[in-house]
Structures are given as C-alpha cells and as structure tokens.
Write a protein that binds this ligand. Sequence first.
Ligand code: UDP
Length: 378
Amino acid sequence: QPDQPRIVFLFSDTGGGHRSASEAIIEAIQLEYPNQFTTEMVDIFLQYAPSPFNLAPRVYPPLSRMPDVWKFGYQISDGPRRANMVYNAIWPYVRRSIHRLIHENPCDLIVSVHPLINAPVLRALRKETVPYITVVTDMVSTHAAWYNPNADLVIVPTEAAKERAVKVGVAVEKVQVVGLPVADRFCQPVGDKLALREQLGWPQDRPVVLLVGGGEGMGPLEQVARAIEKRSPNAALVVITGRNRKLKATLEAHKWSIPTFVYGFVRDMPDFMRAADILVSKAGPGTICEAFIAGLPIILYSKMPGQEDGNVTYVVQQGAGIWAPEPNQVADAVCRWIESPEEREKAAQNCLRVARPDAARQIARILASAARKKQQGG
Ligand code: UDP
C-alpha cells in the first residue's frame, strides 16, 4: 500500500533470535494496527553484505560451537572505541552495499534488531532523515555494537542493558526499557496443562522435563539427557533437537529407560512450554523470556560466552532458575525440583514476576508512532 507508513526491519539469521524478534514485532504491529502499516524484513548479511560478510549466516552455527573463538571475537570488539576501529576498517568494503540497501528500501522508519549493522547503516544514513530505532535482543550483557549515539531510540529488555547503553555513550533519554519481543502465541493465557499433555501424548502422572538447545540444538544435549535419565527415573523427558538432525538420530536410536519424546525443530513451542514442568535450556534470550511468560522454571546448562553471560546471572538473581554447567549438575537440579515441588513453584512464580508478555505490543506502539510522525513530515 503506497499510502501506508513503511517500516523496514534489518535482521540476520545469526542466532540470538533476531528473526524471531522482528517477526514478533511485525505480528504485534498487525495485531495493534491491522492493515495500517507496510513492513519488510531485510536480511542484511544475505541480501546486502559483500563477500565475505555475506557468509555470516552460514558461518554462525559452526562458529557458535567454538566458544573460545567466539569469546575472543566478542571481547576484542566489545567497547565503543574498539567497535569503532573495526567499523572504520571495514567501511570501505561495505559502504556501497549499505547505500544500496538504503536506496532500495525507502521507508518511514528503520528498525534494527541486530548489533552488527548499526554503525555502518547510521553512517550511511547521515544525510538522510529516516528515523532509526534499535531493538536490542540480548538481555543483560549487551555488546557495545548494539549502541550508537546516532540512533533515535534504543529499546532494551532490562535495566542492566539500559545502564550499559548509557555507559557506552547513548543519551539516557534515548534509551527505553520495554522487554524482549516475544511472539503472540507465547503471550496467550497458559490454559489447561493436563489437556495439553494429553494432546501431545505425554504422560500425566510424572513431571515432564523439556530439554532445548536453542534453534540449532546446541550444547551437550545428549549427555544432559542421559544424566537426567540415569538420575530421575520418575521423570519424563522431552528433547527438542532444533535443526540438529544428527543429534535427533542419535537420541532416537537410544533405548530410554524413562518415557522420552524426541522432536526436531518444533513449531508448537508455546504449547510445549505450557505443558512441561521444568525447562532445561542453553541461555538463549528468546527461550528464557518465553519460559518466563509460561511460568516455567529454568535450568541453564550452557551459554554463549559474552552475550549470554548476563542471561544466566539474571535468571539466577531473579530466583527463576538454576545454573548447572555440567550434565550431572543439571540432573541434580532436576532431582531437587522434582523432590521439592514448593521450591519449583517458587521459581515458577518468579518467572511470571519478571515476564513481559506485553513487550512486543509496546514496541509496536512506539514504532507505529515514530513511522507515522515521519510520514506526516515530523
Ligand atoms: N525454537 C522453536 N522450535 C525449536 C527450537 C527453538 O520454535 O525447535 C525457538 C524458541 O522458542 C526461541 C528460538 O527458537 O524462540 C531460539 O531463540 P534463543 O534466543 O533462545 O536462542 P538462539 O538459538 O537464537 O541463540
């Protein structure tokens, strides 16, 4: 629709839930303002980055399995001056592509949900008057590249992220704490757990442990599953292997001594979370915030060094979960919560306390008003 305000989302499929965050916001815009806005998602690395930067989505999964390499890259670039140095160095290589991106996607508002694109896009935008809003999709320990003083607004999920934004140079009035945008399906009322279990074919008479390793099925999922099997004969296990097909085949070949259900990438995560009693997961921001909304207590078994460090601290400090970096520690934590349902219930209540099911809608309202203002010549 030519007369509708147009919002362009810059994202990339490099983990960190950038795609799901943009989709959640776009969905919220359509729910709040049906057919009033045109939205578009641009995968900046796939569609616009010159070689070798366009390899980012393909390099991310293997790279994310090398925590030391990842940590090194994260740390050497994590500071306003260091990030600037990196961007100055790559600017001559990406300048033309970024200008092309801007000219091929005229709009009333640019929304970035990726840390690595803010500096180059804002640099190219200098002479244009398109408003630019960043939505940070990491929870607590947020990389300096998320924050650029020239962004018009930076929306963050937590107070800790706001402090970080201000510390690395964003004016305090440009930072707003709203929450992480989560798809609407996760934000509906929890519903009847037992009915859902019946529908899913899961047992009703024992606690169900839901094991997830992000969208990629990352981390020692197999060892964790086996440790739970050994230590918790009264539990049932649901393992989501995501896009990790090899892991799925390995788990399916094993003869489990407790009721165990193995899935690949599932579309019904909201129902899975509502039907389960305990979540065991890597410290991905999307999964954690979804579990908060479902009131599902969390055991975290691994994290990406750097951006996910703070997620662990946050979950533990809020009393919503346990950090258990070894498979045996996970099994211990599961036993503890199975033997002490009161403790588990307390963690579930803490999840609900920190949940922000309204975040995507609130962000939608902020974006809608910015895009309308621009369209009306503001
Ligand atoms: N997810 C899903 N189906 C699966 C596995 C994961 O829908 O089989 C979703 C999950 O609900 C979450 C996202 O994928 O929304 C993973 O995001 P997160 O930030 O937790 O981790 P990432 O893999 O992006 O680092």
